[in-house]
Design a protein around this ligand. Structure first.
Ligand code: NAD
Length: 489
């Protein structure tokens, strides 16, 4: 039994299984404004002693949390698959990767958050990376565990307390992960509130919240930034992308790169911020590319229930997502495009019983069709043809979003040269999406894909602000009769 919410009239969020919508996976109580206020105040009260604990003890607690999560990998992965429709193998990968990231933080935080003292002729300068206080983490549903820990782990390591608001579309597994982690921490240091935009806004706008870390879409991001601005609270925004995968004329269209590419577009049913969302191929290789792509999809793309072994693509997240994606494809087809079906279907799955959308490759859509100009965030990807590299770059960079991208070529130097000119926070070479992720590569967008970074040292730096204690060098009087108020020379 779930406790009733503490929000208005004890409201609860019921989460169904997107693979079988008749199955209720679980419920969480909605947090009302009083609950949000109480948890932020508790976090604020806990934060100072957490910061004073010292980094070694904080990291020991995070390591214990990582062990507790690792010990529950299988049930956590299954719960995530049930509530999100993401296939079980991917969910195992996400939970395992969350542990890997926690341990990476434990290893790298001591250097990132160390005091640094410089004592030289210019004086004595102490640089102190100081925690902000209470951090609010607002996260989406598509990779809820890793996207939450990318904020929570460095924030806690730096000495902040954290209050998380997960997406109401996948609140269950991440709450369990946070419960396990909180078990290793002092009371109040890590808390969770539940609900939709109202709960998120109550958290972001709270006067005791000192930093906001948000991952999600552009519409919510602008509201979050506006709410945070009422308290002058700094924000990190990790937003959507419309990543181009650029195939140069010499690119290898063999089995391995094509498999990587298909999964780069269709893993998690295309609901990934850095999915390959526009495929640019030289006009001369169109037929060859389509044949190779369809063959790879037939091998690696099997649609069905997220818990069925061998299935590589599950449903999408909601009935609304089904309607939105089908409308985008239909609109392109109405303007002369062709939607080629891809992959195979698991015979044991009742597709009508879940939020399934057939994966498609869209050919010949006009450049201003929504399937090209927007983040489709579903299992459909358009193929676009180009003749010349400069025209190609102009079309790729015309997009307002600038999260990721990829360049595929047999000549790595040529790929790197073009990659430098793609307006994106990160560009992969001869791969795309998860198979290109690295803990040492900072992750985040340019243009309307947001600001701030996760992963790597930059991701740690987001959670501490450098303050200084400074005893400058010898007093230097001003020259030739001027008062002694000179600037440093
Ligand atoms: P969303 O923007 O609808 O919601 C994200 C979170 O914000 C949820 O918890 C939601 O309840 C909350 N929220 C919504 N309005 C709010 C408000 N006014 N104040 C406070 N909180 C509010 O996004 P989504 O549908 O959950 O996720 C999909 C989007 O996330 C896509 O655009 C995707 O590309 C993006 N995304 C980006 C990254 C990245 O790292 N760049 C990673 C994953 C997903």
């Amino acid at each position: 039994m779930t406790a009733p919410g503490d929000g208005p009239r004890g409201a609860v969020i019921e989460r169904e299984n997107p693979s079988r919508t008749s199955e209720l996976v679980g419920t969480v109580g909605v947090s009302g404004p009083e609950r949000v206020d109480a948890l932020v105040r508790r976090a604020d009260a806990a934060q100072r002693s957490w910061a004073a604990t010292g980094i070694a003890r904080r990291l020991a607690a995070l390591a214990a949390g990582a062990d507790a999560i690792a010990g529950r990998l299988e049930p956590l992965a299954e719960l995530l698959a049930r509530e999100s429709g993401k296939v079980l193998a991917d969910c195992r990968g996400e939970v395992g990767f969350a542990g890997t990231y926690l341990r990476w933080v434990v290893e790298h935080a001591p250097a990132a958050y160390a005091d640094r003292e410089i004592d030289d002729a210019a004086g004595r300068l102490l640089r102190l990376p100081r925690p902000y206080g209470v951090v609010a983490a607002i996260t989406p549903w598509n990779a809820p565990i890793i996207l939450t820990l990318l904020k929570v782990a460095p924030a806690l390591a730096a000495g902040n307390a954290v209050v998380v608001k997960p997406s109401p579309l996948a609140p269950l597994a991440v709450s369990e992960v946070l419960r396990l982690l909180a078990g290793a921490l002092p009371d109040g240091t890590l808390a969770v509130v539940h609900g939709d935009a109202a709960a998120g806004a109550a958290l972001v706008g709270h006067p005791l919240v000192r930093k906001v870390a948000f991952t999600g879409g552009g519409v919510a991001a602008r509201q979050v930034a506006a709410t945070a601005a009422t308290q002058t609270t700094p924000v990190v925004l990790e937003l959507g992308g419309n990543d181009a995968a650029i195939f140069l004329p010499d690119a290898d269209l063999g089995t391995e790169p094509m498999r990587r590419l298909v999964l780069a577009s269709f893993a998690t049913s295309g609901q990934v911020c850095m999915a390959a969302k526009r495929l640019y191929v030289h006009r001369g290789r169109r037929e060859e590319f389509v044949a190779a792509y369809r063959a790879a999809a037939a091998e690696v793309l099997r649609v069905g229930d997220a818990l069925t072994p061998g299935v590589s693509m599950g449903p999408v997240i909601s009935a609304g997502a089904v309607a939105r994606i089908e409308q985008i494809v239909a609109a392109a087809v109405a303007r002369g495009a062709t939607a080629l079906p891809l992959g195979t279907v698991d015979g044991g799955t009742d597709l009508a019983g879940g939020y399934f959308v057939a994966p498609t490759l869209v050919l010949d859509a006009p450049d201003d069709a929504e399937v090209i100009t927007g983040e489709q965030f579903g299992p459909t990807v358009p193929l676009l043809l180009y003749d010349d590299e400069e025209e190609l770059l102009a079309r790729v960079n015309a997009d307002e979003l600038g999260l990721g991208g990829s360049v595929w070529s047999a000549d790595e130097e040529r790929a790197f040269a073009l990659a430098r000119r793609v307006e994106a926070g990160f560009v992969f070479v001869n791969t795309h999406n998860r198979t290109g992720l690295s803990l040492r590569a900072p992750f985040g967008g340019v243009k309307r894909s947001g600001y701030g970074r996760e992963y790597a040292e930059e991701g740690l730096a987001e959670y501490a602000q450098t303050c200084v204690v400074h005893a400058p060098g010898p007093f230097r009087p001003g020259g030739a009769g001027l008062p002694a108020n000179a600037y440093p020379g």
